[in-house]
Ligand binder design. Structure first.
Ligand SMILES: [Zn+2]
Length: 352
């Protein structure tokens, strides 16, 4: 019997060492359990393997029963948590879009209000604004937290993924205990925990062509924090079609880039600058190439900076410019972006 536990320990330890997802390790343990149970039913009494694994199947059935109950209990708790999240994410003190500030809000945003470029009017614009963030991953996590902290009244977030062990190295909205929870609910919890005066709308699904334009038209601004080119082109098309500015961030290993695509103002769109997605393999994803933990924090926070500037009408947003940050050498540079008249999305800056 001790032998079985020893093998289970080795499976779990080796899995941890090889960074196998926890779920896969449980599946392997379940496999081991079934093998042990099977040999008790198949092999004759007194067989050396049966003797070595506890002689009778009764104890194993009892252990299996307890494990099953524990699994059902933990899944039930997780399910209840998932169900509870959207309610927790709804506005708490009062409707965020109401004109005046609630008690405690002025104190909260005091450091914004003393900034000449934001002030009371800018803070009010933030409160009345709505921002949609595509992806609650590396870029989305810090962007969402800062949008919430800044007092953006309504924040939508769309993502179809659930939190995984490998996300926690950089996706700071999510915690160890959120593993297995849909990312949008985990991010919504983090946002309302930071600022209860905002309304959060989590959409647990992928962004698809059939919903993009309708969804974007409900928001004043869209932040693109996705990691794949199909969704990036889709975001650009939908944002250009409904005339909403798009704050776009991207990462690779040690380098990040950020720009504001706003063809409605004559600035270029994403497709003006990147007419074609790179061939598969030429632009590996974070999972394939790796990414520095704080880098999405830098670029995601800069996306929130551009969002706040656009809403509060402060300074000069990164329209027609791309900022590139090279973390490895601590350098930044800027590229001027021009509208492309042959662009099928915006015809060279301007409404479609
Ligand atoms: Zn264009």
């Amino acid at each position: 019997m001790l032998l079985v536990f020893l093998v289970a320990g080795v499976i779990w330890g080796l899995g941890a060492l090889l960074q196998t997802p926890r779920r896969h390790r449980w599946i392997m343990l379940a496999g081991l359990y079934l093998v042990v149970l099977l040999e008790h039913f198949v092999l004759p009494d007194g067989h050396p393997i049966r003797d070595a694994t506890g002689e009778s199947p009764a104890l194993w059935l009892l252990i299996g029963g307890f494990a099953l109950l524990a699994a059902i209990y933990s899944r039930g708790i997780r399910w209840l948590k998932t169900r509870a999240q959207p309610t927790a994410a709804s506005p708490v003190p009062e409707p965020a879009r109401a004109g005046s500030f609630a008690e405690g809000e002025l104190e909260r945003y005091a450091r914004h209000i003393v900034l000449r470029e934001i002030g009371g009017p800018g803070q009010k614009r933030l409160r009345q604004s709505s921002v949609l963030v595509i992806g609650a991953g590396g870029l989305g996590s810090p962007a969402l937290l800062y949008l919430a902290a800044s007092g953006v009244g309504t924040i939508g977030v769309i993502d179809g993924d659930t939190v995984d062990d490998s996300n926690l190295q950089r996706q700071i909205s999510h915690r160890e205990e959120d593993i297995g929870t849909p990312k949008v609910f985990s991010a919504a919890r983090a946002m309302t925990a930071r600022n209860p005066f905002i309304a959060v709308k989590p959409y647990h699904r992928r962004l698809t062509e059939d919903i993009a334009e309708e969804l974007f038209s409900e928001y004043d601004l869209v932040l693109d924090g996705t990691d794949n080119f199909d969704t990036r082109y889709l975001c650009n098309r939908a944002a250009a079609a409904v005339g909403v500015p798009l704050v776009s961030g991207a990462l690779s290993q040690w380098e990040g880039q950020i720009s504001v695509f706003d063809p409605a103002t004559g600035a270029p769109c994403y497709e003006c600058v990147f007419p074609k997605a790179p061939a598969p393999g030429l632009a590996p994803s974070c999972a394939e190439a790796g990414v520095l933990s704080p880098l999405p924090g830098v670029v995601g926070a800069m996306m929130a900076v551009e969002a706040v500037k656009l809403i509060a009408q402060a300074g000069d947003p990164l329209r027609g410019r791309m900022l590139i940050y090279d973390a490895l050498y601590g350098e930044t540079r800027q590229i001027t972006l021009k509208p492309r008249p042959s662009c099928p999305v915006c015809k060279g800056g301007g409404r479609v």
